[in-house]
Design a protein around this ligand. Structure first.
Ligand SMILES: Cc1cc2nc3c(=O)[nH]c(=O)nc-3n(C[C@H](O)[C@H](O)[C@H](O)COP(=O)(O)O)c2cc1C
Length: 145
């Protein structure tokens, strides 16, 4: 079964809610998907993944520094050529998801659209959008598998 690993950094749970909904969407398409906080994620989890979704909220016009460090470690996890997705909650400027996507492209990952940004706490409609992204990731993995 193709595997999706979703790693998030979330200070008050907004980006985490997005991560959980992305996993729900992927699981509904029979993908082995799991969400984990960035400090729980091990390089082995990433190595065995076929797709990696990364989420961070925006703080001071960028992603949170631990997520930046985490992405740098991705290049050691054979991420090149894998599918990637970027997402995050934001308040007013929302740079983090775009920056994550950019870093993923630099590593050589194939970034799936849309780069998903939700303002503050996701509504039910926002969570549906997150689920849709999870389903889209699943469909892409199945097609390429
Ligand atoms: C100290 C601080 C700085 C912030 N800086 C930004 C910012 O530069 N741009 C932005 O869009 N949102 C900013 N935000 C808003 C957060 O991104 C927003 O509250 C988000 O929903 C938090 O999601 P999380 O619970 O997943 O961390 C900031 C929030 C705080 C508390």
């Amino acid at each position: 079964m193709p595997k999706l690993v979703v790693v998030y950094l979330s200070t008050s749970g907004n980006t985490k809610a997005m991560a959980d909904a992305i996993v729900d969407g992927a699981v509904s398409r029979n993908i082995d998907a799991v969400a984990m906080n960035f400090h729980e994620a091990k390089i082995e989890d990433l190595k065995s993944a076929d797709a990696i979704a990364l989420g961070s909220s925006t703080f001071y016009y960028k992603m949170l520094p631990p997520m930046e460090k985490f992405i740098d470690s991705l290049s050691k996890a054979n991420a090149k050529g894998k599918f990637g997705a970027a997402f995050g909650s934001y308040g007013w400027s929302g740079e983090a998801p775009g920056m994550i996507a950019e870093k993923m492209r630099e590593i050589g990952m194939t970034v799936i659209d849309p780069v998903l940004r939700i303002q503050y706490q996701p509504t039910d409609k926002d969570l549906e959008e997150c689920k849709r992204l999870g389903k889209d990731i699943a469909n892409k993995m199945k097609k390429s598998g």
